[in-house]
Design a protein around this ligand. Structure first.
Ligand SMILES: [Zn+2]
Length: 310
């Protein structure tokens, strides 16, 4: 009798253990409540992973707030987060060369690696006045909301592969964000429909994909950066260009110092405007609740002003 009781207990333990194990398997990586670990090389990919993954993912951004990805070299602890991730997303096309270097090793160690440059048809590297262009392809494709709406499907599929039990949730969250991107695209289309000008002059050659999408053309001027005083030669070249093209505004990637803005305005008779290429959010932008969508709306307002749109 005692023996039977022990056997029944053992049997129950085995069955319960088996059921628990199956339940754990079904719920996959989210059983710990920590979510799928996603590492993204810089801001837009982290933001898109958060939108697709919601509460089910933990997202780390390698390039920190306030830094820009061009030429960034991650610290050892930032690389450790990449190696600990279930999924690593990088941009490719030369903007995050460190990621391209480690991708084969990450794949070998079982990290699911997504090179976003493999998911779009790339534009050639932009031409910049007075300087040879860097690299072969233009990496700034996240600035076209129509491309992004397709690319978030790649993130959704990777999350569903790692965490199949939540595939439907990832699908719904992707559809919801794609709807927001479609609304943004409609705002750009109607906002840039009737404008006096179609030419943008900028200090950061980041407009390529956006310009192609909305039928604009771009003049990329080298030698203008928010930190540096432009040379007299640069200023006179821009002044000539501005007169020829009837350009009244020049885009800088971040807020320029008032002194530089005044210098440029005085020398060439043009004003400066901000175009935020969304390569990273500052702490202030984060605290203000800014996001890819809200900053793209700000960019549209400034484009409409520069191009004299109705
Ligand atoms: Zn850039």
């Amino acid at each position: 009798m005692k023996k039977t009781a022990i056997l029944v207990s053992l049997f129950a333990i085995v069955i319960l253990g088996g059921l628990f194990y199956i339940g754990w398997q079904r719920r996959g990586v989210n059983v710990s409540g920590q979510g799928v670990a996603v590492a993204a090389s810089f801001y837009p990919w982290a933001e898109f992973a958060r939108q697709v993954g919601g509460d089910l993912v933990r997202v780390t951004t390698v390039v920190p707030a306030g830094s820009e990805p061009h030429d960034y070299e991650p610290m050892p602890q930032e690389m450790a987060a990449v190696y600990d991730a279930d999924i690593f997303i990088y941009n490719g096309s030369g903007i995050d060369p460190w990621a391209e270097r480690v991708a084969p090793d990450l794949r070998q160690k079982g990290v699911r690696v997504i090179n976003m440059s493999d998911t779009v048809s790339l534009l050639s590297a932009p031409t910049v006045t007075g300087q040879p262009s860097e690299g072969q392809y233009d990496p700034h494709f996240w600035l076209d909301p129509v491309l992004v709406a397709k690319q978030i499907g790649v993130i959704r599929d990777a999350l569903a592969a790692v965490d199949p039990a939540q595939a439907a949730v990832y699908g719904a969250q992707t559809d919801a964000y794609a709807a927001q991107l479609a609304a943004l695209d409609r705002e750009y289309r109607s906002g840039l429909q009737s404008c006096a000008l179609r030419e943008i002059v900028t200090s950061h050659a980041a407009f390529g994909y956006l310009a192609r999408r909305y039928n604009l053309s771009v003049i990329n001027i080298a030698g203008l950066s928010p930190e540096e005083e432009p040379s007299a030669r640069t200023l006179s070249d821009i002044a000539q260009l501005a007169r020829q093209k009837n350009i009244k505004y020049i885009f800088f990637e971040t807020l320029v110092s008032p002194k530089l803005a005044q210098t440029v305005a005085a020398e060439i008779g043009a004003q400066t405007l901000v175009f935020n290429p969304l390569e990273g959010l500052t702490d202030a932008e984060r605290q203000a609740g800014d996001s890819y969508i809200s900053i793209m709306r700000d960019n549209l307002q400034n484009l409409r002003m520069a191009l004299e749109c109705q």
